[in-house]
Design a protein around this ligand. Structure first.
Ligand code: SF4
Length: 530
């Protein structure tokens, strides 16, 4: 799997470092879980970046095609999805017992377990372990959760450099950017940009570095090898924890993760409490779902499993930090809790039309895309419309593609609708919004048949006003808020009541309701509707 877009339409000479890092970039925010503007404002900005959209469109299309091919090979894919969903349901229902079982097994095999209820607490524990070892540098892998809690910045403020070793994460770190995808964090970059970033920011980048992917990869490998051999402490996340044995799992494509997990003397794994599964057999199911969904591979090249410590083999000191950071609040929510079933495959992003157009940075969270739209507001408890995270559930067309693609059958559209409902309810009680006024006005004709009949009388006039194109492109204020981002089709030439009356009179259904013969077309978009 490539970690960068390769549709290189920009030459390296045009790539420049701007005042806020490498365009298009997002400077490291105070709170990586949600920063900056609400979604509509941020999306309006990222939509203007045509290069990013080209990079993203190419990369998501490639991954989508590969995934579809690999899923088609599996006759029992739907059964596997059901099994995955059942495993997570069971795990979440028994979370406290499973975590205690995990703790007991890690300790029994020579490891140490720490519990962190907040991100700050997890950073403090990880830092105290690294500081105790006298580390000035640590290597990191599979550390989305460490992004969530701002671990790199916490370490940097206290004199320890934390180096990302996943190639894509390294690109993001060198360019002082933020990830824009959970599996392919540098998906918004093309290879020319990567070359420019390496040349400027990687101290040992070769003079003659080209933008060929194998050359870039070789340069990164040489750079990272030195880090692996010198670092005494490694920080990792984990894709899964297996409670019955106290085992942790990391799946990856490059082997850098395995270097991290085996070479340094001390390993600190920070893992969200939801990553637990009860048994090895459960791991087997998810191990079939994950690589196909994430990168369209039958199996990822490297799968590392480790349990406590083994004398003379691998890290001789192992610490597991179990992170809550809002997860138990999510677990308590009967609808939203399914967000905790996520195995971070990124499949929902690759099929999402909204994500494909606006890119990951528009969500302004370390968790972008459809899963981010339901996870971020819940982790932050953001349902008040003043919180920019509360705008994220509206970042969807509810087309259902994310549900179809999700290997864990997380019903993202259902949760989106529920979170929208909560955001709207939280707004009640204050000054009515434009939407409230519009709905109130619509309720006047819609609540009485005779009024509705009278309203239908204006349809011919509206059709005349729509002109020959039969579309309203710009409605007058205040309806501009609606038409600014969409065309409104002209109403049909005949109301439903008139159509029914004609049918009753003639004894058969009239051929079409629209004067243009657009029979049965959808009233809001003019499409299909048969
Ligand atoms: S929500 Fe589903 S599709 Fe999206 S990242 Fe999580 S597991 Fe993958």
């Amino acid at each position: 799997m490539t970690t960068m877009a390769t549709n290189d339409t920009t030459t390296s000479s045009t790539i420049t470092e701007g005042p806020r890092g490498w365009a298009p970039s997002v400077p490291t925010p105070e709170d990586p879980l949600k920063w900056g503007d609400n979604f509509p404002t941020a999306a309006a900005r990222t939509l203007r970046n045509t290069q990013m959209r080209r990079n993203l469109g190419h990369a998501t299309r490639t991954i989508r095609d590969k995934r579809a091919m690999r899923v088609a090979e599996m006759p029992d894919w739907e059964q596997l999805r059901l099994a995955g969903s059942a495993i997570k349901n069971r795990a979440m229902s028994h979370l406290p017992e499973l975590l205690e079982q995990m703790e007991a097994n890690v300790i029994a095999r020579g490891g140490h377990v720490h519990w962190a209820s907040t991100g700050e607490e997890a950073c403090r524990i990880a830092h105290s372990i690294a500081a105790l070892k006298g580390a000035t540098e640590v290597v990191k892998v599979k550390s989305m959760v460490s992004q969530e809690i701002g671990l790199n910045e916490y370490f940097a403020e206290r004199g320890i450099n934390a180096w990302e070793t996943d190639l894509a994460e390294m690109i993001v770190q060198l360019s002082e950017d933020m990830p824009s995808h959970i599996v392919v964090p540098a998906i918004h970059r093309n290879r020319s940009e990567v070359r420019a970033i390496f040349k400027a920011r990687m101290e040992d980048a070769p003079e003659d570095l080209s933008d060929e992917p194998p050359v870039l990869t070789a340069a990164a490998r040489a750079h990272l090898r030195k880090k692996f051999l010198s670092a005494k402490v490694a920080i990792s996340g984990a894709n899964m924890m297996i409670a019955e044995s106290g085992t942790l799992v990391v799946v990856e494509s490059e082997g850098n993760g395995r270097m991290c997990l085996t070479v340094p003397e001390t390993l600190v794994s920070i893992v969200g409490i939801e990553k637990i599964v009860p048994t090895y057999q459960d791991f087997e199911v998810i191990a079939q779902l994950l690589p196909r969904s994430a990168t369209g591979e039958r199996m990822n090249p490297y799968t590392s499993l480790w349990t406590g410590v083994t004398p003379g083999d691998g890290p001789q000191e192992f610490h597991l930090i179990l992170l809550d950071n809002g997860r138990s609040k999510v677990l308590a929510d009967p609808i939203g809790r399914q967000a905790l079933h996520c195995i971070r495959c990124g499949s929902c992003m690759n099929v999402c039309p909204v994500y494909e157009h606006v890119g990951g940075h528009a969500y302004q969270s370390v968790y972008p895309g459809p899963i981010g739209a339901i996870l971020t507001p819940q982790l932050r408890g953001a349902f008040d419309h003043h919180d920019p995270a509360a705008s994220l559930p509206f970042a969807s067309s509810l087309c259902n593609a994310c549900f179809d693609a999700c290997p864990m059958r997380i019903n993202i559209p259902d949760v989106l609708v529920e979170l929208r409902h909560r955001a709207v309810e939280a707004q009640r009680g204050g000054i009515p919004s434009f939407w409230d006024v519009a709905m109130k006005a619509a309720s006047v004709p819609m609540s009485k048949g005779s009024r509705m009949g009278m309203a239908g009388k204006v349809l011919p006039l509206a059709r005349v006003m729509a002109g020959p194109g039969q579309r309203f492109v710009n409605l007058p204020w205040p309806a501009t808020a609606w038409s600014a981002t969409r065309d409104v089709p002209a109403p049909p030439g005949q109301t439903f009541r008139a159509w029914m009356a004609e049918r009753d009179k003639t004894g058969s259904a009239p051929s079409g309701r629209g004067a243009s013969g657009r029979g049965g077309a959808c009233g809001c978009c003019g499409q299909g509707g048969k």
